[in-house]
Design a protein around this ligand. Structure first.
Ligand code: FAD
Length: 358
């Protein structure tokens, strides 16, 4: 008689987009081998600034300047969202939108423009890519491209991921795990929260604790990248990003069709951890975005501001850490440090997590 394979109980620490997507991928693509429990301080619906997933724009716009591993993650997510938008009837929060990217002549940040007359690597991976003719480009712009892309109404998407996890038998419990006594003690605490005899009950642990891995596993490469956005009423015609503007800012216009709003932004402030709103930067963000979404301006030439948001991206020197490690008696897969790309990386990262466990 054939024996049933043992079900492997996986603890996921963290319920941001990385923890949730990893949990879902284990359940959906793990061939029935995994049982998943999530323990997290912040959950879908929460709005703490340190919970990065609550504050993303979010859009698909690869940050990669060549075909790196992270670029591959972006491509996997693009393809997955394309199917999701086509096939899913329920509210997912993901919307197909028209994108436009502009690069300035002399870029200042790492967001390098494609070399003159050459298209970015992702031009052959996205749908409907076309260059914007020089005559149509805004002033002081070297290169522009249009393409089909996606935006995410983040709280709706996080709730959708959790619904799917629960429908597949996964569970989620809210708790802040201790960080001072080491990782194994945090996992022991998670086993208490879930009413299990001990941490050895878990076959493996996914550490998707974002920037808080600084404390949880002592990763000093992690650093905060503060991002401030403004939500305005109305749905912009295009999802626009202008790269190579002043340091510390990029112009982004991210429509959320299902919510009837657009996210305007966004500041990029490395090593700033404050989640307080900086009111001085609001006019600067709005004025920079105005020429790119005139359709959102009222008769007074101003946006109708709904709210202002601040989130802390989990930056990491050396890039995201997606890695297997044995910590005392625990098999751990780290999945954190995804900076400003967690949504667009999420499907590729979750599949790598699954692969590392297999
Ligand atoms: C303004 C802004 C704009 C952005 N725009 C985009 C975009 O357009 N596209 C894109 O792809 N990305 C974007 N991002 C980046 C994206 O939001 C992040 O990369 C992503 O949300 C990180 O997800 P995460 O799951 O790693 O971390 P988080 O969302 O921070 O989740 C961490 C989880 O770990 C839990 N946790 C941590 N420590 C403990 C503990 N000790 N005990 C229990 N639980 C714990 C937390 O409670 C939380 O549930 C943006 C971010 C910001 C702030």
């Amino acid at each position: 008689m054939a024996t049933q394979p043992e079900t492997r109980h996986i603890l996921v620490i963290g319920a941001g987009v990385i923890g949730l997507q990893s949990a879902l991928t284990l359940l959906e693509e793990g061939q029935g081998r995994y049982k998943v429990s999530i323990v997290a301080e912040y959950m879908p619906g929460d709005d703490a600034g340190i919970y990065a997933s609550a504050w993303a724009g979010a859009q698909w716009r690869s940050h990669e300047t060549s075909f790196t591993e992270a670029a591959e993650w972006d491509v996997q997510t693009y393809r997955y969202w394309e199917q999701l938008v086509k096939n899913e009837d329920s509210v997912t929060g993901v919307a197909a939108v028209k994108g436009q990217n502009y690069w300035r002549a002399s870029p200042i940040s790492s967001s390098t423009p494609p070399a003159e007359h050459s298209d970015p690597w992702w031009s052959t991976y996205v749908r409907s890519y076309e260059r914007i003719s020089p005559a149509e480009l805004p002033p002081d712009t070297a290169f522009g491209a249009r393409f089909d892309t996606f935006t995410v109404e983040v709280q709706a998407y996080l709730a959708y991921l959790l619904r799917r996890i629960e429908a597949l038998g996964g569970q989620a419990a809210r708790a802040r795990l201790p960080t001072k006594q080491g990782f194994a003690a945090a996992v022991e605490a998670a086993s208490d929260v879930l009413d299990l005899p001990s941490r050895t009950h878990f076959w493996a642990v996914i550490n998707a604790s974002g920037i808080q891995s600084r404390d949880l596993v002592g990763d000093t490469n992690l650093y905060p990248i503060r991002g401030q956005t403004v939500q305005v009423r109305g749905v912009a015609n295009y999802c626009i990003t202008r790269l190579g503007v002043e340091e510390g800012q990029r112009i982004a216009v991210m429509p959320r069709p299902t919510a009837g709003i657009t996210i305007i932004g966004v500041t990029v402030e490395p090593d700033v951890a404050s989640t307080e709103i900086n009111h001085d930067r609001v006019p600067e963000l709005l004025n920079a975005a105005k020429p790119y979404c005139l359709e959102l301006l009222g008769s007074d030439g101003e946006f109708d501001v709904v709210s202002i948001g601040v989130g802390i991206r989990p930056g990491r020197r050396g890039g995201a850490r997606i890695e297997l490690e044995q910590i005392s008696d625990l098999k751990v897969v780290h999945a954190y440090g995804v900076a400003g790309a967690g949504y667009q990386n999420s499907i590729g990262i979750a599949r790598k997590v699954l692969k590392l466990l297999s």
